[in-house]
Design a protein around this ligand. Sequence first.
Ligand SMILES: Cc1ncc(COP(=O)(O)O)c(C=O)c1O
Length: 418
Amino acid sequence: MEVSEGLLYLGGISADSLLERFGSPLYVYEKDVLINRFRKMINCFPSDEVDIHYAMKANYNPSLLNLLRVEGACIDAVSMGDVQMALEVGFQPQQILFTGNNSRFSEIEFSMERGVPVNLGSLDLLQQYAIRYPGTSVSIRVNPGMGAGHHAHCITGGPDSKFGIYQDRLNDALRISETHSLKITGIHSHIGTGIRKTEAMLEAMDLILDAAKRFPDLEFVDFGGGFDIPYRDSDEELDLEELGQCMRQRFEQFCRDYGSVLKMKIEPGRFIIGPAGTLLATVTNLTETPAKRFVGLDTGFNHLVRPIMYGSYHRIVNASRMNDPTQEVAVAGNICESGDVFTRDLENSTRTLGIPQLGDCIAILDTGAYGLSMGSQYNLRELPEEVLVSGGDAIVIRRRQTFKDLIQNFNWFDEKRF
Ligand SMILES: Cc1ncc(COP(=O)(O)O)c(C=O)c1O
């Protein structure tokens, strides 16, 4: 991302010209940012010691997945759709780990039939699995009794969380595995997403390793994802080098005590893809109230739900007027809900942008993770196009939905039928 002559450039192309060429709104991914983020991860968690399972829930566009596959990523999948997509992209079954939650047993069977390892997050599933696949190897998701995350909805450990087998029920997991000659070869945990405090990750790591000690057949321990990114100008990047070193040292010590060399796994999503994505939209209206100046866009929470769902903060810039005089504004979407305001973060704040005019291109930054992957068809509006940019070139990696796409699953029936 660069600024030149007052315009924002992504992958060497101005945001304005991207909208002109591909239409608005538009998700743009910078290939070089994505690759650099992944390589940074690999530098801090080298592949001879650590498998990096990219959490594809953050963004499952197959072209992006393929770039990561070539770079050496493995996959964290959470649904049959994820598993199928990862296989389509060319990941080997053994590179994927399926961690559903409240999964139907048919989802487990689906993965097993394709040779994709499953990670079971409840005693019920473990029991069903043990009866159906006795004598096999499997991993389990443990709730270490603590969690962390950028919002209460994103904390996936601790007594209020639905995820994993709670640490005080691990005896039951051991009993089930012994009864059915199962080998528990992996312990997995993911305590939440958007974690800025690395101490929380390390604390959880100790608890997970404590739990892992009790399982004699381990081949890996998976510490999940959660690595946050700077969303505000004032946020600092995580010190990934230090965190990586700390985690690897602790793990090495654990392996020495455990008596064998195990593989460590992590599952970052946001860290890798978040900063690579930008949502571009066009100013369609300027509305003043006694309290605020609203800049209306042709996108909404159907394309980026994080601000309304979590009160999340995203930096927003006027990509057409990066060097112009500025104005304090609220940036609103086109969905019929009063909460559809992108600047409605926890402080219900505003942003300072180059004074917006109708037709300007507004860029909402760091939207690569949990952006379009959480999109919806609310208000019967189409999902936008996605393009990948690099070195002045751009390619469409997902076409814009059409009205036909939106309505294709509806059945019209004769109203006299009932
Ligand atoms: C099991 C699991 N692993 C990994 C992740 C990725 O988290 P993040 O994108 O914060 O790295 C998630 C997301 O919540 C998850 O549920």
